[in-house]
Design a protein around this ligand. Structure first.
Ligand SMILES: *[C@@H]1O[C@H](CO)[C@@H](O)[C@H](O)[C@H]1NC(C)=O
Length: 236
């Protein structure tokens, strides 16, 4: 069995001079497999990450934010990978090949915005609370593999040492379309598939009927009660 351990370098700065507390976090992760990550976050929101395949730094700040450059950040993240690998090899030796912790991913699928037919939207497949990272996420539309149209986020740390990861799929809701996202992870015996259907709510008659019947039964009670009250009084 291939041992896959992850070694992380975490650094956080807490600014407690003001009443607001901010957490700046940079994470460098590697494994004895091919998983690599470098991500920087502020207060749990991603600022940037390294795309090791394309060999670039990817800025994730929203458009309204002023762009900022981290000098040599890409080179820095590559160097961090080397350090991470060295530390990992050392840790595996020192701790005598420890067994790997496994946490099962908790998965869900949902749309980003309210669903309206023919209105562009995004489906999100969220995988949370797993260890070790990463997960693999694949998509289908009406049974056809559409994974190539999706994107997979970096993995983000939780406080309890587990991880979260998101996959996004842009789509246009069409009546009756069925989507699935499937999460694969080494802690799962079989892949976990979540299903999502385009189901636009029509104005429902249920509540109105329920209310009407309730009101009728209530009124009937009042009438019957009054009848017996009057009848009772007469007998006296
Ligand atoms: C779907 O496509 C992805 C990416 O092209 C591929 O890795 C995956 O194995 C495919 N899944 C199936 C069930 O064909």
């Amino acid at each position: 069995m291939k041992l896959l351990l992850i070694f992380f370098t975490l650094s956080s700065i807490k600014d407690i001079s003001a009443q607001i507390q901010h957490v700046d976090l940079s994470l460098s992760g590697c494994s004895s497999g091919s998983a690599k990550e470098y991500v920087a976050e502020l207060d749990g929101e991603e600022i940037l990450h390294t795309d090791f395949k394309r060999q670039i730094l990817v800025n994730k700040l929203p458009d309204f934010a002023e762009p900022f450059e981290r000098t040599c950040a890409y080179k820095h993240s590559v160097l961090e990978q080397k350090i991470c690998k060295l530390n990992l090899d050392l840790a595996v030796k020192v701790y005598k090949n420890p067994s790997e912790a496994l946490d099962i991913p908790q998965n869900s699928i949902y749309s980003k915005s309210n669903v309206e037919l023919e209105a562009q939207n995004t489906l999100v497949c969220h995988s949370g609370s797993f260890f070790p990272p990463p997960v693999r996420i694949t998509w289908t539309r009406n049974g056809v593999n559409v994974t190539d149209e999706s994107t997979l986020s970096q993995f983000y740390p939780n406080k309890d040492n587990t991880y979260n990861q998101f996959s996004h799929l842009h789509f246009t809701p069409k009546e009756g379309d069925v989507y699935t996202c499937t999460v694969e992870h080494k802690a799962l015996e079989t892949p976990d598939t979540k299903t999502w259907e385009v189901d636009v709510e029509l104005p429902s008659v249920g509540p109105a009927v329920f209310c009407g019947v309730g009101l009728a039964v209530g009124l009937l009670g009042v009438v019957t009660g009054t009848f017996f009250l009057i009848k009772g009084n007469r007998c006296n």
